[in-house]
Structure formats: C-alpha cells, structure tokens
Design a protein around this ligand. Structure first.
Ligand SMILES: [Zn+2]
Length: 361
C-alpha cells in the first residue's frame, strides 16, 4: 500500500511548507504520486527508502504492474539516478501515464501484462533532483557507488574518485555501505529478477553527446559482457522492427569507463546466481543536440541535461515510446528470439565483429 509523501512528511514538517517545496523543487514526485493514485489497484506501489532533505523525508518509490509471479519475465524502468537529469524521470512518468491510459482499452497491452511484470523506479534520487544536483544529498554519484572497481578505468575524476564530496563523480568513502538510494535500487532489482527467466532494464539518463545511445555492459572494462550474443539478437530484432530508429546501440566502454557502475554490479550478481538472463540497458539521451539548437541552455547547469523549449520537451517524451513498446513486446516474447546452440554462436561472432575492441585499447 502506498505511503504518500504527505504522510511521510507530516511526521517531520507542516504540510504547507511541503506543498510549496513540491511546487518549487520537485513537481516530478508530485506527478508520480498522482499517477500512483490513478493506477491503483492495478498498479502496486511501495516505498523502498526515505531520504532526508533537511527535515523532510522524501520517498523512493517502486511500482509494479502486471504478472506478480516471481518467475514471470520482467521489464524494469528507472530514472533520476542523477538528480539533474530530470528528463529521465519525466520520460518514465510519461510512459507510465501512457500505459495507464492504454490499459483502459488496449486488450493487447492487457494480455502482455498478464505474461510479464513491469517494474518502475521513476525517481531514484529525489534529494538530488530537488536541488538540481547530479549527486545525492551526501554528494555521492550513485552511478559510481557500487562496490566494484573498474579493471580499466577511464579518465581520472570522471571515472569516479574518493577525494571529496565537493568534486563531481565522487564514489563515497571506501569503507561505507552503498548509499540508501543505490541500496534501494539494487534490492528492488535483485528481488524482482531473482527468479525471472528473462529480465531487461532500461535506466534513463541524459547529457552525453549529440546522439541518443543505448548502452549495455560493461562500463568498467573493455570486454563485451557474457550475453553479447543475446544483445546482438535483440539489437537485430529492433533494427528490423524499426529500421530508422535514432539510437546508437553499443557497450558503454565504447564511450567511457567508470568505477562502481550499478548495472555492471547487478548484472554480475544475476549472472553468478545461475540460470536466467538479465540484460541491463542504459538510455543516454543526447542532450548536446538540444543545447546546439538552443544555445541559451548553455547558461544553466540544468539546461545542459534537459530540454528547455516546451515543444522539444514534448517531442523528446514522445520520441522514445516506440522503444519502450518494443521492449515490452521483446520481454513478452523472449522465448521466440533468444538464440541457442548454433544460432547463439553465430550471434556471438556477429556481436564480436560489431562491438569488440582489440585488446590494445
Ligand atoms: Zn546520468
């Protein structure tokens, strides 16, 4: 049962100041709570963690919709790990709103959700988003916070460091546990996919380059992950279904490498656990294109990561609907396209030709 933000906050602060806080700093959380109310009882919600902003306790919500059986295939959507990248959260919320409206009439979608479970964590880092920070409230970059070191780290600082919380890309102290937001996301992913025979995730970010990119592991070394054959099969399926799609699909290490990547960490845990396929994807929306089209965006930190012109904002929220629709179908029908035996070996060779880097890099 949902514990509303109002209820959480009443324990710490008068509702009046909370309403003002919402309006001013966190409309996304307000919108998320409205969607939770709209989606009940079909949409289940829970509070994974509460994180403090001064004397306010802000919830990190998880939502599930569809088949609750532990062995149902899973598609997981997340956003707002980097607080400044509001568009990631807004994209997940727009998709949720769209799904809830379609479920009122769309028999096909209803049938899809009888077979699969959608899991959403639209706003992982509410304190960061409230302040327009990349980091969480403790100054930690949650996407550098997993307890794994890169085997081949990228550029100094950007790849993650432990020098000071006042510098970007801070990993947090070595001896500390993961930050509450990162722990919450990891616990959610592990509990939702541990018995699933097939799981995909899409974590929505913005701010890198001119193109929209879909990344898969690894982020911490130059090797293709162990499910490159399956990733290649999924990519080919997507390219045939949507030949003019706008994405560059590649391993993250083609662009840069980092310590402490949460998806490398979660992928390895699931891989080592035994049977079951998990492919974590990251959508990196190419915000430099929006900046190029509106140079005024250069004058604000927020403007480097989010579309500021209303018509572009709407276009971006629409732009990824086909991808999300495809991922729902691919999850539902995973047994029709996941390759085995000779077919898998062929995809593996094609994946290596397309994505592998020679050792010297
Ligand atoms: Zn990001």
């Amino acid at each position: 049962m949902m514990e509303s933000l109002l209820a959480v906050a009443r324990r710490t602060d008068p509702p009046d100041s909370l309403t003002a806080y919402y309006r001013r700093q966190l409309p996304e959380l307000h919108r998320l709570e409205r969607l939770i109310r709209k989606g009940e009882p079909r949409l289940q919600s829970s509070v994974l963690a509460e994180v403090c902003d001064g004397n306010l306790a802000l919830p990190v919500y998880a939502l599930t919709i569809g088949n609750p059986a532990p062995d149902a295939p899973v598609l997981l959507l997340s956003g707002g790990i980097h607080g400044v990248e509001r568009i990631g959260t807004q994209l997940v919320l727009a998709q949720l709103r769209n799904l809830l409206s379609r479920l009122e009439w769309d028999q096909g979608l209803r049938q899809d959700l009888e077979h699969i479970r959608l899991v959403l964590c639209p706003l992982v880092n509410p304190v960061g988003m409230a302040h327009g920070w990349r980091s969480n409230g403790n100054g930690v970059d949650l996407m550098r916070n997993a307890p794994i070191d890169a085997e081949q780290p990228g550029p100094w600082l950007v790849s993650g460091h432990r020098i000071s919380r006042w510098l970007p890309w801070y990993r947090g102290p070595r001896e500390d546990p993961m930050q509450p937001e990162a722990q919450a996301l990891c616990a959610l992913v592990q509990s939702q996919i541990s018995a699933a025979p097939f799981a995909l995730s899409l974590d929505c970010h913005s701010g890198f380059g001119m193109r929209d990119r879909i990344w898969f592991p690894y982020a911490g070394n130059n090797r293709l992950f162990e499910n490159a054959a399956e990733m290649h099969a999924l990519t080919r399926l997507f390219e045939r279904a949507l030949p003019h799609h706008p994405y560059v699909i590649e391993p993250q290490f083609h662009q840069y490498r980092t310590h402490g990547d949460l998806w490398d960490y979660l992928y390895r845990i699931r891989r080592d656990k035994g049977p079951g396929l998990f492919m974590p994807l990251t959508l990196e929306m190419g915000s430099w294109l929006w900046v190029k089209k509106n140079l005024r965006q250069l004058t604000s930190f927020k403007g480097l990561f989010n579309p500021m012109v209303p018509h572009r904002h709407k276009r971006i929220l629409r732009r990824h609907s086909l991808l999300l629709d495809f991922l729902i179908r691919a999850t539902r029908s995973w047994q029709s396209w996941v390759p085995y035996d000779d077919d898998r070996r062929t995809h593996q060779r094609q994946a290596e030709r397309r994505w592998a880097w020679p050792d010297r890099r």
